[in-house]
Design a protein around this ligand. Structure first.
Ligand code: 5GP
Ligand code: MN
Length: 344
């Protein structure tokens, strides 16, 4: 992946200047990539002398709490002091990382951002089909993570040697989690070269892995077993799977935010599986997560049937009907998709 020189010069113009008020934003239900890219970019901007506030719409999973700098992030949902309102109102630059549309922030944060019409909004992201709602767009769907994109931006602007160990650690989290510990698509030689640079800063890679993947609660392990054993249904001769979790079921296993992360990947460990879905009940809607193998395009599926999007092999959306209706809609949609030859 090559970032155009023109884009780099645009970015240089925006950040190599007198001190500015900057907001760095990421998406609802922030994951390792959202947090890693935001934290590393915030540190880079602070080094340039800017005043930076990082905002996420809601809480991050407990197993990412150890990430350096995360305690200074404003969690919009819990922001009693309204620090986010002040930071957004004063912002001259708003960086939007790891999401492609302001809609993904959900109201009222999306409205707050839309309300500041004088700040420049800069997108740095790797999701497909971003709408034209940013002043500057760095949209690279071929990047395996936004953290990798931020690495490439920093390398182009200030050289690889400028990257500190704390930046390397959080960027590694983003690159590792968005690629399923380096097992999904877009694993380019250049990605591994960037990993070599991160590794050379002295970060403890097995420790990072343990912090992220071996730090769950007992309830999460039991919920996982329950979901696969009791809730996984297969369709079309075992090539499509879906699972669902109601709020009552999650409570039974002392659910904490982030506990269902990764469940949707598991059916794809079955050799003939092409597509997997999980439906998670929330207060006002059901979150849909989709994964696929090879040519099966779940970005298209999410877009058509669940008002969502994402990437070709990992996407999501929402459903505003009951769980039973959501599942019935999914099963009908799978048949329609298959009839068009899109599940082959
Ligand atoms: P996850 O299943 O891990 O929540 O999301 C998988 C991918 O789909 C992520 O890249 C995420 O940004 C994207 N995604 C999830 N939910 C939505 C949604 O409601 N709308 C859009 N456009 N993308 C989504
Ligand atoms: Mn990402």
């Amino acid at each position: 992946m090559i970032i155009s020189q023109e884009n780099i010069q645009t970015l240089r113009g925006l950040v190599e200047c007198e001190s500015r008020n900057v907001v760095v934003l990421s998406h609802t239900n922030p994951d390792g990539d959202a947090l890693g890219s935001s934290l590393a970019w915030a540190e880079a901007l602070r080094k340039q002398g800017h005043r930076v506030t990082c905002i996420v719409p809601n809480h991050f999973p407990y197993y990412l709490e150890w990430m350096t700098g995360i305690d200074q992030m404003i969690i919009f949902k819990d922001d009693k002091a309204q620090r986010a309102h002040a930071a957004v109102a004063e912002a001259e630059l708003i960086f939007c990382l790891d999401f492609h549309s302001l809609q993904r922030l959900d109201a009222p944060l999306s409205e707050l951002i839309a309300g500041n019409t004088s700040a420049k909004r800069i997108l740095i992201d790797h999701h497909l089909n971003p709408p034209q709602e940013f002043d500057v767009m760095f949209s690279y769907p071929e990047a395996s993570s936004t953290s990798y994109l931020i690495y490439k931006v920093m390398e182009a602007l200030w050289g690889a040697q400028s990257i500190t160990a704390s930046q390397a650690e959080v960027l590694y989290v983003g690159m590792m989690t968005d690629t399923g510990n380096f097992s999904f698509s877009h694993l380019t030689p250049d990605l591994y070269q960037s990993l070599a640079v991160l590794c050379a800063t002295g970060i403890d890679i097995p420790q990072i892995y343990n912090n992220v993947y071996n730090s769950f609660t007992e309830g999460r392990a039991r919920l996982f077993g329950y979901t696969i054993n009791r809730k996984m249904k297969t369709l079309r001769k075992g090539t499509v799977a879906h699972m669902s979790l109601t709020e009552e079921e999650m409570r039974r296993f002392w659910f904490q935010q982030g506990d269902s992360e990764g469940f949707v990947n598991y059916p794809l460990t079955i050799k003939k599986m092409r597509m997997s879905a999980i439906f998670i009940e929330h207060k006002d809607f059901i979150r849909v997560s989709l994964r696929s193998r090879g040519n099966v395009d779940v970005n298209l599926f999410a877009n058509r049937y669940f008002q969502g999007g994402g990437h070709k092999n990992a996407a999501g959306g929402k459903s505003f009907v009951s769980m039973a209706e959501t599942i019935a809609h999914f099963e009908r949609s799978v048949e329609e998709f298959a009839a068009e030859g899109l599940l082959a």
